[in-house]
Structure formats: structure tokens, C-alpha cells
Design a binder for this molecule. Structure first.
Ligand SMILES: [Fe+2]
Ligand SMILES: [Fe+2]
Length: 322
């Protein structure tokens, strides 16, 4: 890492552009410092409570005296709310991120404790009738500080990787290839698509059938990465059920004189052709249970239900069909 101050300042600039933090925040904080500096003790105690409630998850904490940690936090907090934190403040904040990385303090814990600190500060502002703009200024500045800590944490890990001989090209390859693979693997442990009310068409029987389609697609995933016989069977079921469901919808729409029927029918025909072709490939062993297949099925179902199907809801509801 070049200069931590330079690095942290760069993070501050980027995050500030997003969350609106400027040096004006420090002026606002400075004007209220006679009230907010004395809050350092209660807020630090609360921070200590939170931190040591997770001590069993962070072994490194056991080596530190709690009072010392609270004191360090309080002085960092005082610098910030004084409105004149000094030229090295962001660099020192970045150092906290490096310590976190060394001690394996999970960034999620940092974020959660940060939320508690911000809530406590807001609470005190309300109780002591401190203007809300002080709370906003504190929140923006504190969020920038959290971003600095987290970015430095990540850089420390990547720098560590570089130290053991992983060069820049390899690092960017890891990002592109390995992390993408990790994302795919992680995704494969989740349902492909889950029913939620946002998918409802307000027509009970249609919702029942859509749920069934979702169940079949999730069952296909559960058939395992190897696929095999179970996959062929479920893929065939998906194809048959799709044809059945589309037929049901088409009859309902044409019986009721739905004006967009021709477009809807065309959309169905296209999807039936697609799912039919996929089924053929699966049956002859050309396609396997891949991420691409599920990506296709998810967007297929999502887009059709959310887009095309929901357009007929109000029309059918108007005809008394629910
Ligand atoms: Fe449908
Ligand atoms: Fe449809």
C-alpha cells in the first residue's frame, strides 16, 4: 500500500460524492462540540458492550483490555465531533481498518456496531434538543469513516495476497474468474426463484399454477448438478406443465375477450418453443443443470409473470374473475 493517508483520502472523496459529506459537516459538528464531546463516554460504553458481546467470535478481542478499547474509541470519536480532527484523521481511520483485518474483525460487525453508534448519537440529539442537522452531519461523516475502514481492510487482504506472490494480473483474474465462480456456487444453494406476493396476478387459479411452475424449476435445481434421470424427468414435467398452464391461460383470456390476446399467445408460443428445445437437449444429454439454464428459466418465468401475465389482472378482475 502506498500512503495510507493518500489511499484513505481517495476513499473519502469517492464516498463523499455519493453520500454528500463535505467539510461543511465538520463546521456543523464543530458548532455543537460542547454538547457532543461529553457524549464520548456513554457512546464508548455502548460500543464496548456491543463489541464484547461478540468477543467469543473475535478471539483477538480477548487480548485487549476493554477499557483501553473504549478509550481508543472515545478519543477517535472526540476528534471527529470536534470538527477539527486533524490532517491525519482519515489515515488513522484507515489504520483502524488494517487492525480489523489483522484481528479478523468481520466487516459486518463493524457495520452493525456503527449502526448502534449512529442510533445512540441520534437518540442523544433528540433528548437534548440538538438540531437534526448535527445528527445528519455526524451520520454522513461516520459513514465515510466506516467506508474507509472497510476499504482499507479489503486492501490489506489483497496486499497480503500480493505479498505471497500473487501479482496484479492474477489478482484481477481472481476477481473475474474465481469470484464469479464463487457467486455461481453460492447462488446454487439458494432456490432459483421464490414465490412472493409481488408475483401475484390477483387470479387465484393462475397463482396456484405459477407456484407449481416455480416448484418444478426449484425441484430441477434440487435434482443436483449431475442431473441424470431425475433431471430428465423434471425437465419433461416442466415442459408439459408449461404447455398445460399456457393453454389454461389462453382459454381464459380468449373466453373473456381479452384485447391483448394475440400478443400474449405469441409470447406463449415463443416460450413453449424455447422450453421445448431445452427439453430436447436435456433428454439427449446435451444440456446439463447449469447456471445458465437456471438464469434462463428464472428470467423466463419472472419476466413473463411480472410483465405479460400481470397485464391481464385488472382486465380479468373487472370481469369478476379473481
Ligand atoms: Fe402464466
Ligand atoms: Fe401468460
Amino acid at each position: 500500500m502506498k500512503s495510507i493517508l493518500e489511499y484513505a483520502t481517495n476513499v473519502v472523496e469517492n464516498v463523499s460524492r455519493l453520500n454528500g459529506h463535505t467539510s461543511a459537516d465538520f463546521q456543523i459538528l464543530a458548532a455543537a462540540k460542547h454538547v457532543t464531546i461529553p457524549w464520548a463516554q456513554p457512546i464508548a460504553r455502548m460500543y464496548g458492550d456491543g463489541m464484547y458481546s461478540i468477543a467469543d467470535m473475535v478471539p483477538a478481542l480477548a487480548q485487549h483490555d476493554r477499557k483501553e478499547r473504549e478509550y481508543a474509541f472515545a478519543s477517535w470519536y472526540e476528534r471527529m465531533v470536534s470538527g477539527a480532527p486533524g490532517a491525519s484523521f482519515w489515515g488513522d481511520t484507515g489504520m483502524i481498518g488494517l487492525y480489523h483485518a489483522a484481528a479478523d474483525v468481520n466487516n459486518g460487525f463493524v457495520e452493525s456496531l456503527g449502526s448502534k453508534v449512529k442510533a445512540a448519537f441520534l437518540d442523544l440529539c433528540i433528548k437534548q434538543a440538538v438540531p437534526m442537522e448535527v445528527a445528519y452531519a455526524f451520520h454522513r461523516t461516520f459513514d465515510v469513516a466506516l467506508a474507509v475502514m472497510q476499504e482499507c481492510y479489503m486492501t490489506a487482504l489483497l496486499d497480503g495476497a500480493a505479498q505471497i506472490g500473487i501479482n496484479d494480473r492474477l489478482l484481477s483474474r481472481i476477481r473475474v474468474v474465481q469470484i464469479r465462480k464463487t457467486i455461481e456456487e453460492a447462488r446454487s444453494s439458494l432456490p432459483v426463484i421464490e414465490w412472493s406476493d409481488s408475483l401475484s396476478t390477483n387470479v387465484t387459479e393462475v397463482d396456484v399454477q405459477h407456484r407449481k411452475l416455480i416448484d418444478i424449476i426449484n425441484a430441477l435445481r434440487a435434482a443436483g448438478p449431475k442431473g441424470g434421470e431425475a433431471m430428465r424427468r423434471i425437465m419433461k414435467e416442466l415442459t408439459d406443465y408449461t404447455v398445460f398452464h399456457f393453454g389454461f391461460e389462453e382459454k381464459m383470456l380468449s373466453d373473456n375477450g381479452y384485447p391483448e390476446y394475440p400478443e400474449h399467445k405469441r409470447a406463449h408460443d415463443k416460450l413453449v418453443a424455447q422450453v421445448g428445445q431445452l427439453n430436447n437437449e436435456v433428454q439427449v444429454g446435451k444440456a446439463s443443470v447449469t447456471v445458465d439454464l437456471f438464469k434462463f428459466l428464472r428470467s423466463w418465468l419472472n419476466n413473463h409473470i411480472r410483465g405479460t401475465d400481470r397485464r391481464y389482472s385488472s382486465f380479468l378482475n373487472g370481469k369478476g374473475i379473481h
